[in-house]
Design a binder for this molecule. Structure first.
Ligand code: SAM
Length: 330
């Protein structure tokens, strides 16, 4: 109740002076439970120290205003914030007058940093994990830490919030009832094309992360592998130069090959396959089952009869499947 009272008072009094926000940043000791604060527009708000455990805190993907009150409270109240890049996270903590110590946790130091964080959890400390932007663990570090924390029996708490995945899906104007999150495709072309071939028949909207430097090459491979499906390039979401460009994959590939703007952070959203493509996938599944039981000739006869397709077309597909299977292509 006392905290609520404080909060209401602070809001009523409006902006406190910058001096107060500075006072908040004087809190440095992880064992000092008496003075943990965050500040919004100069109004200083006390944060309770959360119970010991791991807190997975989503942070903004561009616009620093996109942070929840609970995230601020936990970041301000935690004993330590584990983050990918302390310079990036400091921009957020400074914006909100948070003085919790930062410690790096990224893919290059995770093996050494993880035991130290687990040790802190064993001492009942509150450890917040953030990534540079968005939700930790989503194409970002944290999975092994969460798994180890769970295995050791420590509390693991999610503080949901921004993620480029959901922001892009919600603005793309493509079906949202079922989606498949691919994350980053492999950077090397052969591996990327192989992965795209595995995505062809997935009956869902596809969401992919990509960097500006690879966008044109990735779009070219997506257009070749998936054909002219509708797609959206969602760039710099929530930022000043936010842009959502909609077209079919073939036109988008052409546009970006010709020098479309690729600066910044990008999510590619691709419409699900048309009904026809899903049926082609069904034919493959039926053929594979039949080929496991009977001769090629009989399998082709069975599947042609069941699907109403010509024996010639089904025979052709059977040959392709056996070729793919023998060279390991999915
Ligand atoms: N964990 C983050 C999340 O929940 O969105 C994703 C981290 S991943 C390393 C970074 C990728 O997310 C970028 O390469 C880009 O594909 C996407 N991304 C992040 N911020 C974005 C933004 N503001 N607009 C578009 N895409 C963004």
């Amino acid at each position: 109740m006392k905290k609520k009272g404080n909060l209401a008072l602070l809001w009523r009094t409006g902006r406190l002076s910058a001096r107060l926000a500075l006072m908040a940043s004087d809190k440095t000791s992880p064992t000092d439970v008496s003075a943990r604060y965050f500040a919004i527009n100069g109004a200083q708000i006390e944060a309770k120290r959360p119970r010991g455990g791991l807190y997975l805190v989503a942070t903004p993907i561009g616009n620093l205003g996109d942070i929840t009150l609970r995230a601020l409270e936990v970041l301000a109240g935690a004993d330590v914030i584990a983050c990918e890049d302390t310079r990036v996270t400091r921009r957020l903590t400074e914006r909100y007058g948070i003085a919790t110590p930062l410690t790096p946790y990224h893919e290059h130091n995770a093996a050494e940093a993880r035991p130290r964080l687990l040790k802190r959890l064993s001492n009942c400390e509150a450890v917040a994990l953030v990534s540079d932007a968005g939700t930790p663990l989503i194409s970002d570090p944290g999975f092994k830490l969460v798994r180890a924390a769970r295995e050791a029996g420590y509390a693991v708490n999610a503080l949901p919030g921004p993620s480029a995945l959901l922001a892009a899906l919600s603005v793309a104007g493509l079906p949202t009832d079922r989606f498949f999150f691919e994350g980053f495709l492999p950077p090397k072309q052969a591996a990327r094309q192989k992965r795209i071939a595995a995505l062809v028949a997935i009956p869902a909207t596809l969401v992919l992360y990509e960097s500006g430097t690879r966008l044109a090459a990735t779009l070219a491979d997506l257009a070749t592998g998936l054909g002219p499906r509708a797609a959206a390039i969602c760039r710099e979401l929530t930022k000043l130069h936010e842009e959502v460009r909609r077209d079919d994959l073939v036109s988008l590939a052409r546009a970006y090959a010709d020098g479309g703007e690729t600066r910044g952070e990008i999510v590619i959203v691709v419409a699900p396959p048309a009904e026809q493509e899903t049926q082609a996938d069904d034919v493959d599944a039926m053929l594979r089952q039949a080929l496991a039981r009977v001769s090629v000739k009989d399998a082709v006869g069975e599947v042609a009869l069941a699907t109403g397709r010509s024996r010639r077309e089904v025979y052709q597909r059977a040959l392709e499947l056996s070729r793919d299977d023998s060279d390991g292509t999915p």
